[in-house]
Structures are given as C-alpha cells and as structure tokens.
Design a binder for this molecule. Structure first.
Ligand code: ATP
Ligand code: MG
Length: 629
C-alpha cells in the first residue's frame, strides 16, 4: 500500500491511536484523558479532559522559542502600509487587546463580535479572544446592517470590535453607519463597541457611553500581561457562519482542542508549512479559510502569515507574485474565483517575479474547472492542489497529502479523502454507490477533530440539518453531489439542491458548466435547472464571455449560443444541452465568491430569489432578469 493510502486507512481503522499521535503536535496544559467520546451520536467530543489554548499554541509558544521571528506580515495596497510583527511583538499586541477586552467586562465564554476589514487589529482581536476564553464571531466586514443584526442576535455579544471603514479597489467603504443601524435593529445589542480609528473617515458617528476608542485604551494597557486561560478541549473557540449559498447561513460552533490539533496536523500533512517560512492565504478573515489559514493554522505551525488587504489586480495583476518574491512565500492558498480573475490578465505578470520560494499553491471554495487548473499550473510551473471542504469542517475533507506522499495532481479533482473522514458516496435510499456512480457525499460520524461541534445555540438544528439524510445509517450530509473513480479520486459535481433531472438523467450543474467552459470564448458560467413540462427539468445557462466583442449583435449572440450548445452535445451528449444560453456581464455570487444558483433558478422559475443577505452585487440579478426577458 502507498504511504498516503496507508495513512488514510489507519486514520479510520485506528482512529484513537491516530489522533493521539496528532495531538502531540500541539502544547497541552493537561493531556487529554480520552481521545474521542462518541457516546452521544452524532455529537463527538475530542481530546476529553485535555486543557489547552489556541492563542498559546499560535503565539506564546513560538514567542518563547523564537521571539524575533516574523509572525504577522500585514500588507495593504489600499492604504500603502506594510508592517511585520515578530512573535514577541504579536504577543504584546494581543495581550494589550486582551486587557482592553477584559476592561470592557469580557471573560471566558462571553461572545465578542468582530466586524472588521483585513487589518492587523482584527488578528489581534481574534487572538485576544481565544487567549481569554472569549468566543469570537467574525462577521465579514461590509455586510449590510440586516445580516449583521441577525448575527448580533444569534451570538448576543458583550462587545463588538470594529473599524470605521474598509477599503476596496481604492475606495473607502464606510462600516460605522452599518454597525450603528445593526445595533439599532438588534434585539440584543452589545454593551460596548471598541472602535479602531483608521483615519479613513473623519468624524464618524460615535455613541456616547457605548463606543470606546482602541488607541486610547491601548495606550492605557501598553505593559499588560494577560495569561492564556486554559480551556477544556471541547469548550467553544468561535462561531462562524456558512456562506449562505444554499439558504440561510448556519452558525458553526468550533471547539478548542480538536480544532487546534486538526490545524496543526493539516499544516504538516497537507500544506507542508515549516516554522520560519511564510504562508500567504488570499481569503478574508470573515470566512473559514481566513480563520484556519490566515490566522490560526500558519501561526500554530510557527510560520509567518501574510495578511493582505487589497485586490489581486491593484496596483497591477502582478501584486500577489511580487509579495511572494518579497516575503519568500512558500505556501499559498487561494480560490478558483481569484484564479479565473487572473486568467483574464496578461500572463507576463506571472513571469515577472522570482517565485522560487513557492512550493505549491492550494485552491478551495468552489469547483476548480480543468482549464483554469491547467492554466495556473502551467503559468506558475508549480503544483496547484485543489482541496474540498466546508465552513463546517474547518479543514480539508478531500485533498492529496503532499506532506505524507507526493502524488501527481489530477486535473479537475480534489483527490481522495484527507484522513479522519470516513467519506462515502450514497444513493438516495441510503445504500452506497459504486465507483463512477454519482451520489451524495456523506461522512460516517464521528466527524474528525476540528469539525463543528454543533450549530451555535441549537443542537436540534445540528442534528436535523446535517444528520437527517437517511433514517439509517447515521450520515453527515455535505449537501454536495459527487463521484469517485476506481482509484478513489473524487469529483464534486455541484450542490445536491442543484442537481438537474432531465428526462430521468441526473446531471450535476458542474458537469454542464465544465462542458460550456470548454468553449474558448466563455470566461464563466452558471447552469440551473428550471421546471419543464416535457423533460421534468431543463438546464439554462448564464454565461460571461471573455471578450464582449463576441456578443456585440443579436446575430453574434445566436451564433455563440449555438456553438456552446454544440460543445455540450459533443462532450456530454444532447441530453445535457441547455435549453438556452444567455449572456450576462456578471453572475450573482456570495461575498465569498460562490455562485448563487438557487437565486438564478428562482428568478428563472418566477419565484422569490430567497435570502440575499450574502449577495455581493445586486445588479447581477437584474441582468439575469433582463436576459430572461
Ligand atoms: P451554505 O452552507 O450557507 O449554503 P456554502 O456551502 O457555500 O454556504 P461554505 O462552507 O463557504 O458555505 O462552502 C462550502 C461549499 O463550497 C462546499 O460544500 C462545496 O459545495 C463548495 N466547495 C468548497 N471547496 C470546493 C472544491 N474544492 N471543489 C468543489 N466545491 C467546493
Ligand atoms: Mg454549505
């Protein structure tokens, strides 16, 4: 058996021994007494009786050993700022912020909502919370007041940490009025609001008695010494909401010890990050990728993490690669959406910098289409590794393990189950699919360490939402539709909600989208199934072209539509051919860059588009409406 195959097999067959070994990767104040308590399925408790602290593992441990090594590299191309904090400096800043939070009455188990742009103070705030055992709930900066108010009421935070504004593409995005509106809307507004004043918006409104100034309080706590609070392994570390692609976001509750071990293990076996090296993850702290691989993962591994405020295109499309060269980045983590943006730029930008420090780049968040995957691998001349996971799991479900064994990259596939996941593909009746048979991606519990412990404040919803796929067996549903080949490599074909049933044939949206993307004129496409009297459902495609000149006239559009249909016929057969291919300038996506197919489908079927609180650009829905005529 190959090394990685054996590793995977052992993680399931000798579960407790496997995870006991991984637990050695982190520092415990008291060692766990039991590795996994699964006496109350589907709830799993990991490393029972062990006490530890995320901030200790991410900061203090390294500050003691290598105080001057870089820990947090903050780069903003929006405000032209670059600042590196060593582990010792990071610890000092975190202790100051922790002291401020304590002075505002925050203690163990209290919630702190963080509504901030990508600035160093946001990292200090997250680490300060975990340091004192407070539970953070990071809400993506710039979310509208309604979405923010719902999250305030769900978490009932004692304190909100915020800044007056973010920046995007050179423009100031004011936050404070949204925050004030949200506090007014909320049933459980915070007692205090800690404001970082970036100097971007002069005279932003302040509420007397509630709003306090970060710089003023920091000055009072310059020499603060705030010890880490040792938490029992299953005490919560944070709450984080899913992206809201398929409906109302779910509040994922994460534990402490399991998450810390899971991240440490993933940094070793998957991301191959070593102390002293630099990791650059291009996500936002508002998402799970930001939590796990901008903040906690790299720091736990003793790496420096590059926290970047800005777009991939400013000042020019070479910016990311210039940072890789400057900070000798060895591990990079990004998203297919970003890769598709870069694909439209001049490839010369990728060749301009010395990327010799970079070993590999990981992408996650959405299906990675083969043309984009291949393009990026060729352009960078580095392995590009797709990994499939969810807010719920906190770390990869499907991913090859370069830290265990270097396996060749398979285009279009996130590979095999990482380890610890007893992952299977199921038919709708609960039986298991064979190789090359499409089905629902499920995980037989217990979910491994790092995965959600429950839905915040709602154990019932946790069981109902994730474990009610079948009466028996008990299975965690990923809500994704996938397929596995004989060699064990998987492909995610779309969301279970998005499966299109054409005359009895079940097609994943991704299959049709990939076929359409094979046409060289198409940059991006969303396919949805709409009710059809004859066929049950009919696929409709909404596509963005690379060059608008291709669709200048009605004739051009008709011609390209026909070509696209022929491409689908050729690759998948006429059964998958979309009823129509409509051209738009942009597609509706969540703020985390995921396609909102359910809303497109609802509009196409004349229904209400549903929860739109995470929609990034509302004008894209108008375009869909206009295209449908
Ligand atoms: P919600 O659960 O609120 O509807 P969401 O599922 O988009 O939103 P996330 O947790 O951010 O919230 O995203 C996880 C989902 O993203 C996965 O379930 C899957 O559908 C998709 N995904 C993530 N990585 C990949 C990947 N590498 N390949 C294919 N799909 C992926
Ligand atoms: Mg989801």
């Amino acid at each position: 058996m190959s090394a990685s195959k054996e590793f995977r097999a052992r993680s399931i067959a000798q579960r407790d021994a496997f995870w006991a070994e991984q637990a050695e990767l982190i520092a415990w104040q008291a060692k766990p007494q039991q590795i996994c308590d699964f006496s109350r399925p589907p709830f799993a408790k990991w490393f029972v009786g062990g006490t530890t602290n995320l901030c200790h593992n991410a900061v203090d441990r390294h500050a003691a050993e290598r105080p001057d090594a870089p820990a947090l590299i903050f780069v903003s191309t929006e405000t032209d700022t670059e600042k590196t904090y060593s582990f010792a400096e990071l610890q000092r800043e975190v202790e100051r912020t922790a002291a401020i939070l304590q002075s505002l009455g925050v203690g163990r188990g209290d919630r702190v909502l963080i509504y901030m742009p990508m600035i160093a103070e946001a990292a200090f705030a997250m680490l300060a919370c975990t340091r004192i055992g407070a539970i953070h709930s990071v809400v993506f900066g710039g979310f509208a007041s309604g979405s923010l108010a719902t999250r305030i009421d769900d978490a009932k935070p004692k304190v909100i940490v915020s800044a007056e504004a973010g920046m995007r593409g050179g423009k100031v995005v004011p936050y404070k009025h949204l925050l004030d509106e949200a506090c007014a809307l909320a049933q459980f507004p915070p007692e205090k609001v800690l404001m970082v004043d970036r100097g971007l918006e002069k005279d932003f409104p302040r509420t007397e008695g509630r709003d306090v100034d970060y710089a003023t309080l920091r000055a009072q706590h310059m020499d603060a010494k705030v010890p880490c609070v040792w938490l029992e392994s299953s005490e919560p570390s944070y709450i984080l909401y899913t992206s809201g692609t398929t409906g109302k976001p779910k509040g994922v509750q994460r534990d402490t010890g399991g998450y810390c071990v899971a991240l440490a293990a993933s940094m070793k076996h998957i991301y191959c990050g070593n102390p002293g090296e630099t990791m650059f993850t291009t996500s936002d702290i508002g998402w799970v990728v930001g939590h796990s691989y901008i903040i906690y993962g790299p720091l736990i591994a003793g790496m420096a993490t590059l926290m970047y405020e800005g777009t991939p295109l400013r000042p020019d499309p070479g910016i990311w690669w210039s940072l890789v060269e400057k900070y000798k980045v060895s591990v990079m983590f990004s998203a297919p959406t970003a890769a598709r943006v870069l694909k439209k730029q001049d490839p010369a930008y990728l060749k301009k910098y010395d990327l010799s420090s970079l070993r590999q780049i990981f992408l996650a968040g959405e299906p990675l289409d083969e043309p984009t995957h291949e393009w990026l691998m060729t352009a960078l001349d580095k392995p590009v590794i797709d990994n499939y996971w969810q807010t719920e799991t906190g770390w990869p479900i499907l991913c090859e393990l370069p830290g265990v064994e270097k396996t060749p990259v398979q285009l279009g596939s996130p590979g095999r189950p990482a380890y610890g996941y007893d992952l299977r593909i199921f038919r709708e009746d609960g039986s298991e699919c064979g190789p090359n048979e499409k089905g629902i991606v499920g995980i037989v519990p217990p979910l491994p360490p790092g995965c959600l412990s429950t839905v915040w404040g709602d154990d019932d919803r946790f069981v109902r939402t994730y474990f009610s796929l079948f009466k028996s067996p008990l299975v965690y549903s990923s809500f994704d539709w996938g397929i596995r080949d004989e060699a064990g490599y998987h492909k995610i074909l779309g969301r279970t909600d998005d499966v299109i049933n054409v005359a009895g044939h079940r097609l994943g949206t991704r299959e049709i989208e990939e076929a359409i993307q094979a046409h060289s004129a198409i940059a991006e496409v969303a396919v949805v199934g709409v009710a059809d009297q004859l066929k049950g459902q009919l696929p409709l495609a909404f596509a963005v072209v690379k060059d608008p000149a291709r669709i200048a006239t009605a004739d051009d559009r008709a011609k390209l539509e026909k070509e696209v249909m022929q491409t689908v016929d050729g690759l998948l057969g006429a059964i998958a051919r979309p009823g129509r291919v409509m051209f738009v300038n942009g597609l509706p996506k969540t703020r985390s860059g995921k396609m909102l197919r359910r809303s497109i489908q609802a509009i196409a079927e004349g229904r209400d588009p549903g929860d739109l609180t995470t929609l990034d650009d509302p004008s894209t829905l108008d375009q869909v409406r206009a295209a449908l005529g």
